[in-house]
Design a protein around this ligand. Structure first.
Ligand code: UD1
Length: 342
């Protein structure tokens, strides 16, 4: 295979996609992006190129389900590997719009696999989620923990993994990692790239940032009666730069995989909502008013990974701390008070 590799990144303008594009450009890859901007801004891609100091090879505003358009992309570029981020990802919305979620997330993946197959492209890194473990009985969660999705979003991710497993039986040359992210947060240290949710944030970190800057009055802490050390929900937060780095390292190890291999992408460190509020207060130096409210339907007490398998496989692990995550989010929030709209 000729170097540098050309990587097709679907959903490259999204939160994790954009940070991964910077990482790939920094390491000399040629990067082709496809994104339909269903939940992302083209401005993110302008910033990717500014941060990296070099251009993306091409950007296509298309939907991955549009096989004709996707085929043209594969005909124009010598794609060596694909990183597939493009998907809907809001748990609550997926309960309201399950058909959209299956159509977009599963349909997008099968369309992509068909076009990859037609062009002899056999390397894939798939964006999966810890949500497929559902309400895991055993903590920390290993890759061997059973899948038990509790909402349509999580089901689509599990279904895509099953599709990949079956496709591998039929097409043994396929080499894929399915990276099961825990809770990605943070921003690029340049403060040019970060998470820019549309409307009211449903995830805790962007909400905290908007409270700190004064855009929202206070954060609701969803329950203080969970069976955790301080009664609030515990999650395994991972810096988006570690997630981006993980994708680059995955590419380097793809040729060692036979079939599809699922790996947790996490730190193994659990942080409660109240600990996160305190960390964000430290990072921002601002008061963070909060109020304890009822539990959010569908939430679970604790989700913490065992990140050991990825370390054994690649000799790599996520290293960035909670303070770095909060500090980078805060700097992005300060420099971009209304996100990419500015
Ligand atoms: C969920 C999904 C995850 C998905 C992520 C991003 C599950 C189990 N997890 O993560 O797969 O990648 O969304 O879309 O489905 N909280 C508050 N107040 C808030 C917001 C959240 O107290 O305003 C609490 C929650 O109760 C939870 C923690 O903060 O304990 C994290 O919540 P959130 O950021 O929404 O992520 P998850 O629900 O863990």
């Amino acid at each position: 295979m000729s170097l540098p590799w050309t990587i097709l990144v679907t959903g490259g303008a999204g939160f994790i996609g954009s940070h991964t594009c910077v990482e790939l450009l920094d390491y000399g890859y040629e990067v082709v992006v496809v994104d339909n901007h269903a939940n992302s801004s083209p401005e993110a891609l302008a910033r990717v190129q500014k941060v990296a100091g070099r251009p993306l090879a091409a950007v296509y505003t298309i939907d991955v389900r549009d096989r004709a358009a996707l085929t043209e992309v594969f005909e124009r570029h010598p794609v060596d590997a694909v990183i597939h981020f493009a998907a809907h990802k809001a748990v609550g919305e997926s309960v309201e719009l399950p058909i959209d979620y299956y159509d977009n997330n599963v349909g997008g993946t099968t369309a992509l696999l068909a076009v990859m197959n037609a062009h002899g492209v056999h390397r894939l890194v798939f964006s999966s989620s810890c949500s497929l473990y559902g309400n895991a009985e055993r903590i920390p969660i290993t890759e061997q923990s059973p899948a038990a999705p509790t909402n349509p979003y999580a089901s689509t991710k599990w279904m895509c993994e099953q599709v990949l497993t079956d496709v591998c039986r039929h097409r043994p040359d396929l080499q894929a990692f399915s990276l099961r992210y825990f809770n990605p947060v943070g921003a690029h240290p340049s403060a040019l790239l970060g998470e820019d949710p549309l409307g009211i944030p449903s995830n805790v970190m962007p909400y905290l940032a908007q409270v700190a800057i004064g855009r929202r009055e206070k954060i609701s802490v969803f329950g203080d009666d969970w069976p955790t050390h301080d009664g609030t929900g515990v999650r395994d937060y991972i810096h988006v730069m570690d997630v981006a780095e993980g994708h680059r390292i995955a590419l380097e190890h793809l040729d060692e995989v036979r079939g599809v291999r699922a790996l947790n992408l996490a730190t193994g460190v659990g942080t409660s909502v109240l600990e996160l509020v305190a960390a964000f207060r430290r990072a921002s130096g601002r008061p963070i008013p909060y109020e304890i409210t009822a539990r959010r339907p569908g939430d679970v007490a604790r989700l913490i990974a065992d990140p050991g398998e990825i370390e054994r496989a690649w000799g790599w692990r996520a290293t960035r701390t909670l303070d770095q995550m909060c500090g980078d989010v805060w700097r992005f929030q300060l420099d971009n008070p209304v996100g990419y709209q500015a």
